[in-house]
Design a protein around this ligand. Sequence first.
Ligand code: HEC
Length: 146
Amino acid sequence: MSLKNTIFLIILLLIVGVIFINSNKNTNNRWYTEKQVSIGKEVFLKNCASCHGTKAEKTVDWMKTLPDGSYPPPPLNENAHAWHHPKWQLLQIITEGGAPYDGKMPAFKDTLTEEEKEASISYFQSFWSDKVYEIWVDSRNGLKDK
Ligand code: HEC
């Protein structure tokens, strides 16, 4: 093999390597594992999807009040503001439901374990882009108003 071809091959391998590392980035840098996401998916489809959608995408018109004056379930993907809440607060909302805020979401304190609640969070967070995820991580460290 000529020197030129060898250099070309090395560069090609480097590019493939970088693409591979980046494609794995999503869960590597996050607080949860793939396993939690798959458990979370089951929990979510069974307990949450009827309101929040199978991919946490509902309700698209979440800012429009319902006939009774209440708000519909917000999407938990990055399109609404689930990412404004630190993890402890997300857990609290799932545990207590909407009652403390005069909301309609049911409480899951008697039906889901801590592991299942955490897993359900990992499932809807798996729909967040790295950018939104990073803002969320920063806001937990006190940069909340940014
Ligand atoms: C009966 C419908 C319903 C079900 C089932 C439901 N939710 Fe909700 N959820 C809502 C509504 C409505 C809100 C908005 C606050 C309120 O009115 O209580 C909400 C709000 C939330 C929020 C806060 C979002 C934000 O942007 O502030 C989170 C997080 C959440 N739900 C997670 C879940 C998870 C996880 C499950 C399943 C374990 C679930 N919800 C099941 C209706 C539901």
